[in-house]
Ligand binder design. Structure first.
Ligand code: ZN
Length: 319
């Protein structure tokens, strides 16, 4: 059954890729791709932007090897990291903050203040679960290293907090480069920061776009839908998602349609299996290369906990 499903996805993907032009490279922008290896927590994508005062690093990954790639890139370019932007506080986007700020102490950190509530709420709860898991003795050594790395990230609260809090959307100079720095409230998290660069016609979306499947763990689904509408209004040519390959505007429109269909389906009387199959069909081009069983498992979990029950759907929305 799984083999049949995978084959169907590959075939559907071939057709969609041919129909939609791929994203154009953006001069001055470098993608350091994240990872989503089996049995491991993800690293988000990092986007490095050339700016007059140095490099702007958007998101810092989770694992040590990801942050090493960022530092190696800066060294190879011979330019300092002048600013860090965290699209949101999830640890697969902020785990490298500490090392980068230690290496470049003068770098500004742009982020929303949502991390403050997360440290006493969601992260405190997930830390308790992780501590119980460690105590169970069932943890594999590589999992333990990952968990202890997350604890170290959480323990260094100053490294997670912004030096330049993003409290509203505005055009501003970051490391001397003019960018639209936008705040989407109650979306993938309570405060998601995304960038629009009019000159480069580029959007850096963070986890407002996650190619394979939206990570809804701390999401307000309807707020997220509105944020995607805001992004769609910008005349960008290339969008960098939080996870997955860069998208053209047409590819983003497809992804957004898949997202809307998933929300609409989960608000209807249709069966979970229908909503899941709908995502696998609509987002086939973006699920390519991922394990369909893993994506399906995430969809099951999100449908059960975040999308179907009214309380779950509202849990992370404005009070
Ligand atoms: Zn992420």
């Amino acid at each position: 059954m799984r083999i049949k499903l995978a084959a169907a996805i590959v075939m559907a993907t071939g057709a969609s890729v041919a129909a939609v032009a791929p994203a154009a490279p953006v001069p001055g922008y470098t993608l350091i791709p994240g990872s989503f290896a089996p049995g491991r927590q993800p690293d988000g994508n990092t986007v490095v932007i050339d700016a007059p005062a140095g490099l702007i690093v958007v998101d810092t990954g989770r694992h040590p090897e990801h942050r090493e790639k960022i530092l190696a890139f800066a060294r190879a370019r011979g330019r300092p990291i002048a600013a860090i932007v965290n699209s949101h506080w999830h640890l697969d986007h902020t785990g490298g903050n500490r090392a980068l700020r230690a290496a470049y102490p003068r770098a500004d950190l742009y982020a929303s203040r949502a991390v403050e509530g997360a440290l006493t709420g969601f992260l405190a709860r997930s830390r308790k679960d992780a501590e119980a898991f460690l105590a169970s003795g069932k943890v594999r050594p590589e999992q333990e290293a990952e968990i202890r790395g997350d604890f170290a990230t959480m323990d260094d609260r100053p490294a997670l907090g912004p030096t330049v809090p993003v409290t509203r959307s505005q055009k501003r100079r970051v490391a001397g480069r003019m960018l639209e720095v936008n705040l989407a409230r109650y979306s993938a998290t309570e405060g998601d920061v995304w960038l629009y660069d009019a000159k480069a016609r580029a959007v850096v979306a963070g986890d407002l776009v996650v190619a394979a499947v939206p990570f809804l763990d701390t999401a307000c689904a309807e707020g997220w839908r509105r944020a995607l509408g805001e992004i769609a209004r910008r005349p960008f040519a290339t969008l960098f998602p939080g996870h997955g390959a860069p998208m053209s505007h047409a590819q983003f429109d497809r992804w957004r349609a898949a997202f809307d269909n998933l929300l609409d389906c989960s608000a209807s009387a249709r069966a979970d299996a229908d909503c899941k199959a709908g995502w696998m069909r609509d987002a086939a081009a973006f699920v390519q290369g991922e394990d369909p069983a893993r994506i399906g498992g995430l969809l099951d979990y999100y449908l059960k906990t975040r999308l179907r029950p009214a309380a779950g759907r509202r849990q992370y929305c404005a009070a």
